[in-house]
Design a protein around this ligand. Structure first.
Ligand code: ADP
Ligand code: MG
Length: 321
C-alpha cells in the first residue's frame, strides 16, 4: 500500500509558483507585496454534515477550496495559496485522484495553489480542512463593519438553486429529476466570485459571501455596522431554474437558502455605475436589491411596499429548533 508520503507526492505535490516554497518542507514560504496585509480563513467540512458521503469526489475537491476562496473574495483579497488538512477513513486512490483533480483545478482557476497541509487516517469518517491565504490593502478590505446608511445593497449571481438541490437530494422535497438537473451544479460546483471581490475592494464598503442564507449573512453586516436594511422582494435575483415552484418555497430558498457563495455587498449610491462596470469586467451579474438604513431593522418589502411578515432565517449549526 502507498505510504502517506507517496500519496502526498502523487496527489498533492505540485510545482510551487515562482518565489514560493510549496509542499515538501516543514513550512511553506510566500511573500506579500509591500503595504498589503495577509487575509486568512479556514473552513472545516465534515462528512454527513457538509456533504453527502457519496458525493462526486471531484466536486468535493472543488467545493472544499471554493468555499474558502469565497471568503477571500468577500474580503476583497487576492488569493495567494492554500493548505489542505485531510482525515481519511480509508485510502481509495481513484477517490483521492478525483478529489485532488477537482481541488487543483479550482486552485489553478483562482490562482490559489496548494502549498502544504496534513494527511492522517481517521476511522470516524472523512474530514477536510482548508486554509486560504490572500493579500489585500487594509484600507480597501471589504469588512463587515463598513456598511453606511444610504449605501445600496447588491448581490451577485442568482439565488435559491443550492437550497432546492439540497432539499431534493436529502428527501425534504419529492423527487424531481428535471429540477435536480437544473439546480445540482449550484450546490456541488459553487463558483466563488474572486474576480468580482477584488474589483470591489476600495469601491464597495462591506461584503459577505452567502453561505448561510441572504438574510442571515446580510444580518451579520447589519449587526457589525450598527445599521439596518430595506430589501425589495421583487428586486432579488431569483434563479430562472426555480420557475414554477410554490411561492412560499421559492421565498424561503431565496431569502434563507444557504450554500450560495454569491457576494452580498454594500456601496455608496454614487458608485453604482463603477460597480456595474466592475461586475461586467469580472463576468458576473449583479443586482441592486435594497438600501442600508440608519434604523437597525431588516425589512423585506413586497411589490406594494408592505413589509413581509415572518421572515425566514438562514442556517445555524447550533440552533436547537
Ligand atoms: P510534518 O511532519 O512536518 O508535519 P508532513 O509529513 O505532515 O510534515 O508533511 C510533509 C509535507 O507534505 C509538508 O510540506 C506538508 O505541508 C505536505 N502535506 C501533507 N499533507 C498534505 C496535503 N493533504 N496537501 C498538501 N500538502 C500536504
Ligand atoms: Mg504534518
Amino acid at each position: 500500500m502507498a505510504s502517506e508520503f507517496d500519496l502526498i507526492d502523487r496527489y498533492f505535490k505540485r510545482k510551487a509558483p515562482a518565489g514560493m516554497l510549496g509542499v515538501g518542507d516543514d513550512c511553506a514560504l510566500f511573500a506579500v507585496p509591500a503595504g498589503m496585509h495577509v487575509a486568512t480563513s479556514t473552513d472545516l467540512l465534515i462528512e454527513g454534515r457538509h456533504f453527502f458521503a457519496d458525493v462526486d469526489p471531484r466536486a468535493l475537491g472543488h467545493k472544499s477550496l471554493a468555499v474558502n476562496v469565497s471568503d477571500l473574495a468577500a474580503m476583497g483579497a487576492q488569493p495567494i495559496g492554500c493548505l489542505l488538512g485531510l482525515a481519511l477513513p480509508q485510502v481509495r486512490e481513484p477517490w483521492l485522484a478525483a478529489f485532488a483533480d477537482g481541488f487543483h483545478a479550482m486552485a489553478l482557476a483562482a490562482g490559489c495553489p496548494l502549498i502544504g497541509g496534513d494527511t492522517t487516517g481517521n476511522p470516524g469518517g472523512l474530514a477536510i480542512s482548508v486554509t486560504v491565504f490572500g493579500a489585500v490593502y487594509p484600507q480597501a478590505a471589504l469588512r463587515r463593519d463598513a456598511a453606511r446608511p444610504g449605501d445600496d445593497i447588491w448581490v451577485s449571481g442568482v439565488l435559491g438553486e443550492a437550497d432546492i438541490a439540497y432539499r431534493l437530494l436529502s428527501g425534504q422535497m419529492p423527487a424531481d429529476d428535471a429540477l435536480l438537473a437544473r439546480t445540482r451544479a449550484a450546490l456541488e460546483w459553487p463558483q466563488p466570485r474572486y474576480a468580482l471581490g477584488q474589483a470591489l475592494a476600495g469601491l464597495a464598503h462591506a461584503a459577505i459571501d452567502i453561505s448561510d442564507g441572504l438574510l442571515q449573512d446580510l444580518g451579520h453586516i447589519l449587526r457589525a455596522s450598527g445599521v439596518g436594511a430595506r430589501l425589495r422582494m421583487d428586486d432579488l435575483p431569483v434563479s430562472p431554474a426555480l420557475a414554477g415552484l410554490p411561492a412560499d418555497r421559492l421565498r424561503h430558498a431565496v431569502l434563507a437558502g444557504g450554500d450560495v457563495y454569491e457576494l452580498c455587498f454594500t456601496a455608496p449610491a454614487a458608485h453604482g455605475d463603477a460597480i456595474r462596470a466592475a461586475a461586467t469586467h469580472a463576468g458576473v451579474a449583479v443586482s441592486r436589491i435594497g438600501v442600508i438604513d440608519a434604523d437597525e431593522a431588516l425589512v423585506v418589502l413586497d411589490a406594494d411596499g408592505a413589509p413581509l411578515p415572518d421572515l425566514p432565517r438562514g442556517f445555524d449549526h447550533f440552533r436547537s429548533t
